[in-house]
Design a protein. Structure first.
Length: 166
């Protein structure tokens, strides 16, 4: 399976984010006077389980990336877990952390719904085929089989499909 490097970038970013969260936990735990919080201990698990694993699975399956709202949901849940861990270690609480946590799950659900809607539509196949067609046209043009006028006309986007993207 040939997959471009750009499809693995999201997975690599989530791996780096999970590593940063784990490192943050280690440093914070060192200076927290042996007071621990479940949300701070497993802070790294949110970006790993909700970001890295699905992104890597989508890259191996050859699917497109998740919508941005999904990534914002993962970030909201991770920041909410960080805040809750800090608040528990400090001995306080906040209602805003709970609101942020729920907003993160809502954004995650919306991202999954959008991903399913886009992946189930035939438009992803259209763009893949359009890319393959433009590659074939460029190869034929390089071989001298097409004139420049033909290459310009064949690579123009179809306005009907551009209007109905989603």
């Amino acid at each position: 399976m040939s997959t471009s490097r750009s499809e693995y970038r999201t997975a690599a970013r989530y791996a780096a984010f999970a590593a940063f969260c784990f490192l943050f936990f280690l440093i914070y735990d060192r200076f927290s006077h042996n007071v621990r919080s479940f949300y701070m201990t497993f802070l790294w698990l949110w970006p790993f389980a909700l970001g890295f694993v699905p992104s890597l699975t989508a890259a191996f399956a050859g699917r497109m990336h998740f919508p941005d709202i999904y990534h914002y949901g993962v970030i909201c849940i991770t920041v909410s877990s960080l805040l809750r861990g800090i608040f528990e270690i400090a001995g306080t609480s906040s209602v805003y952390q709970t609101i942020l946590f729920l907003a993160g799950w809502i954004m995650l659900a919306a991202g999954v719904i959008l991903f399913g809607r886009i992946a189930s539509s035939r438009k992803t196949d259209y763009y893949y085929k359009k890319k393959q067609k433009s590659l074939r046209i460029m190869q034929r043009a390089q071989n001298g089989q097409l004139s420049e006028m033909q290459t310009e006309n064949e690579t123009e986007p179809d306005p009907e499909n551009l209007r109905n993207r989603l």
